[in-house]
Design a protein around this ligand. Structure first.
Ligand code: ZN
Length: 221
């Protein structure tokens, strides 16, 4: 935890006009009809959950990508933060999911989703107990349907920002899903305990615009 704080300080010396996370003020969000929502090219995949000194990554092996602006961004990994990193009208959610897609060192798309208390979450039900808290990794045998993890409705808040962990590269096209994912209170509390406050503090907006992007027609059943 100390290392992250120190690296964060270092990285702030020379930069930082477009950092993440941010607070999203809902009344300032404008719909942009010229923007196309991301297209998911996901398949059932092998995952490996790794533990690097308390940082848990869900590495993905498979042919998964997202298409944004006619460019295909491979999915590298996903992970969670508790509390949420982004806030909506100054409110944190208990948990936030990040699907990290990387085209190059300077070009990422992250799909984010926050959680709300509600129905039992099927993915957490399967894997929460399996998170390798006392080992370096855990690889389930079965394939995981990653697309199933996301909410049905795929409208987004979109803005240009950064990675929220070192090296904090200002290279991320952020798409935060408007609809939260549901999980029970006890699932959220149990996961928050494991994640141990691994959220970065809010960063200045510095005049950046937050746009609202509607899902494309072909997503509607
Ligand atoms: Zn993250």
């Amino acid at each position: 935890m100390k290392d992250i704080k120190e690296q964060e300080k270092q990285s702030h010396k020379n930069c930082c006009q477009a950092q993440s996370p941010i607070n999203i003020v809902l009344k300032n969000v404008r719909e942009d009809k010229t923007l196309k929502a991301p297209v998911f090219n996901y398949e059932k995949s092998k995952i490996e959950i790794t533990n690097d000194k308390g940082t848990f990554l869900f590495n993905v092996n498979g042919n998964n990508s997202i298409t944004v602006n006619d460019k295909e961004y491979p999915l590298i990994q996903f992970h969670y933060h508790a509390l949420s990193e982004h806030t909506l009208d100054d409110k944190h959610a208990m948990l936030e999911l990040h699907f990290v897609h990387q085209y190059s060192e300077t070009d990422y798309v992250v799909i984010g989703a926050i959680y709300k208390e509600g129905a039992e979450n099927a993915f957490l039900k399967k894997y929460l107990e399996k998170i390798p808290v006392n080992q370096s990794s855990y690889s389930p045998n079965e394939l995981v349907d990653l697309f199933e993890m996301l909410p049905k409705n795929k409208n987004y808040y979109n803005y240009q920002g950064s990675l929220t962990t070192p090296p904090y590269s200002e290279a991320v096209n952020w798409f935060l899903l408007e609809e939260p994912i549901e999980a029970t209170k006890s699932q959220l509390e149990q996961f928050a305990k494991i994640l141990n406050n691994n959220f970065r503090s809010l960063q200045d907006l510095n005049g950046r615009e937050i746009k609202f992007v509607r899902e494309q027609e072909h997503f509607k059943a």
